[in-house]
Design a protein around this ligand. Structure first.
Ligand code: HPA
Length: 246
């Protein structure tokens, strides 16, 4: 089967400047409206499907995203592999602002989200294996692309997925650190699990955009986060293009 790669862009990557739009795909899903239309685009020789997770103009907060419609639409479009982009806060020492991390584990602290296709509303119930939530094959492919492109990455890490949209308290970050988390974001779940249920390979490219709450001398400001996004997302886009071309 030939591969069809999609990029699901998050905060800081709601659109893809510099890309050539090849085709807009109006998605169809039994699960309602996805965040945005799917776009077949080309960037630096890489062709892929792009979906803005938070909608165009970043209008949908993490807990209101229709993750099921997003993943189902990508499945309907024939997508076999998802490269998800996530902005995160750093927890462990080496996960400082500007670092690009490729997590291989996660802890799910979200609640109240529609998180499964197997919800007992018709059809069979399946209990998917989720021991290793990210595709190791895609993570290694991203590592190789980083090497080829001369892009620094942190190749491992555990991603804590929190409910948001607020950031954490300093005490919550201390607890997440005790739980063994290296970074914290709001969107990898239920997205990763739904992709597994849908039979789509899934890897996450995380850009650390701020130190976790209480880990630096100053409060977290959107201006500081935006400054990291402005430079970091260029690197993330280059990494993705190298990965898709390779
Ligand atoms: N916490 C949770 N999600 C985030 C953060 C954070 O500090 N930064 C970016 N997304």
């Amino acid at each position: 089967m030939s591969r069809c790669i999609a990029v699901v862009g998050g905060t800081g990557l709601c659109e893809w400047p510099g890309a050539k739009l090849l085709k807009s795909i109006s998605p169809s899903s039994d699960y309602g409206e996805p965040s945005a239309e799917l776009q077949q685009i080309e960037y630096e020789g890489a062709e892929f499907v792009f979906l803005a997770r938070h909608g165009n103009g970043h209008s949908i907060p993490p807990h209101k995203i229709n993750y099921r419609a997003n993943i189902d639409s990508l499945r309907q479009a024939g997508v076999t592999d998802i490269l998800a982009v996530n902005a995160v806060g750093g927890i462990s020492d080496q996960f400082v602002a500007g670092v690009i991390a490729l997590p291989e584990q996660l802890n799910d602290y979200t609640w109240g989200r529609e998180h499964t296709f197997f919800d007992g509303c018709g059809g069979e119930v399946q209990h998917i294996d989720f021991s290793y939530p990210f595709s190791e094959e895609l993570r290694l492919r991203l590592c190789a692309a980083a090497e080829r492109g001369g892009i620094d990455i942190e190749p491992y890490g555990t991603y804590a997925v929190t409910q948001g949209p607020r950031l954490e308290t300093a005490a919550e970050i201390r607890r997440l650190a005790r739980d063994g988390n290296d970074m914290v974001g709001m969107t990898a779940m239920p997205e990763a699990a739904l992709a597994r249920e849908a039979g789509i390979n899934y890897a996450s490219v995380c850009l650390v955009v701020n130190p976790g709450a209480g880990l630096s001398d100053s409060l977290i400001t959107m201006e500081d986060i935006q400054a990291v996004i402005d430079t970091g997302m260029l690197q993330v886009k280059s990494l993705l293009a190298h990965c898709i071309c390779g």
